[in-house]
Design a protein around this ligand. Structure first.
Ligand code: XMP
Length: 192
């Protein structure tokens, strides 16, 4: 078993670790430093897009705590993805936030910026609540797949067009719990 796969998944469903747990934490610390510099003194609201952002957001707010930034935290549920590795193209709001955004500095968080449809929908939607400003923050950015006209204000890593799992990212709701990011071996996955 590869040193980078600390359990039985390596070689079975996963073919390559892109970012180890340590690499993720190191990069996250750097990125949060930039965020803290930009939002210090503001009333900050963090809005996570579920489900994919849960692990990234959880680590990010712990790093913000170290920077003495103590945000409101809320979540919205959007769906655009059926149970496959292909996006459907449509985004719909399944659960809204309940935190008022008027005049606040909002950090909108998602796991990955792929075609950009999800983040673009969420940003447009949240601007209807009159925040002072919305900044976007994604764990991974796949610029080669972009369709919507949007870039993230902050991202941890840019990646090529590979389907990845771990650190909140899933395949069929599995593998979200991995503390690292891995490329999935689609040839080994059970047929849907
Ligand atoms: P869009 O295309 O709207 O997509 O930017 C954002 C959502 O698509 C999912 N997505 C992935 N999920 N591995 C995943 O586990 C991937 O490589 C991947 N690419 C896109 C994800 O749910 C994200 O929120």
């Amino acid at each position: 078993m590869s040193e980078k796969f600390p359990n039985s998944l390596g070689g079975k469903y996963l073919k390559e670790v892109l970012f180890t747990e340590l690499e993720v934490k190191k990069r996250l610390g750097e990125m949060v430093f930039e965020i803290a510099r930009d939002c210090r003194g503001e009333e900050v609201v963090i809005v996570g897009i579920l489900k994919g952002s849960f692990m990234f957001l959880s680590d990010l707010v712990k790093f913000l705590y170290i920077q003495d930034i103590h945000p409101y935290i809320d979540f919205m549920v959007l769906s655009s993805y059926a149970s496959s590795t292909k996006s459907s193209g449509k985004v719909k709001l399944d659960r809204d936030i309940t935190t008022p955004l008027g005049g606040k500095w909002v950090l909108l968080i998602d796991d990955i910026l792929d075609t950009g449809r999800t983040l673009s929908f969420a940003k447009t939607y949240l601007y209807q609540s009159d925040p002072k400003e919305i900044k976007t923050c994604v764990f991974l950015d796949k610029p080669s797949r972009r369709i919507a006209n949007i870039e993230a204000d902050y991202h941890c890593f840019e990646i090529e067009d590979k389907f990845v799992v771990g650190y909140g990212l899933d395949w069929n709701n599995r593998f979200r719990n991995l503390p690292y990011v891995a490329v999935i071996d689609e040839s080994k996955l059970p047929a849907e």
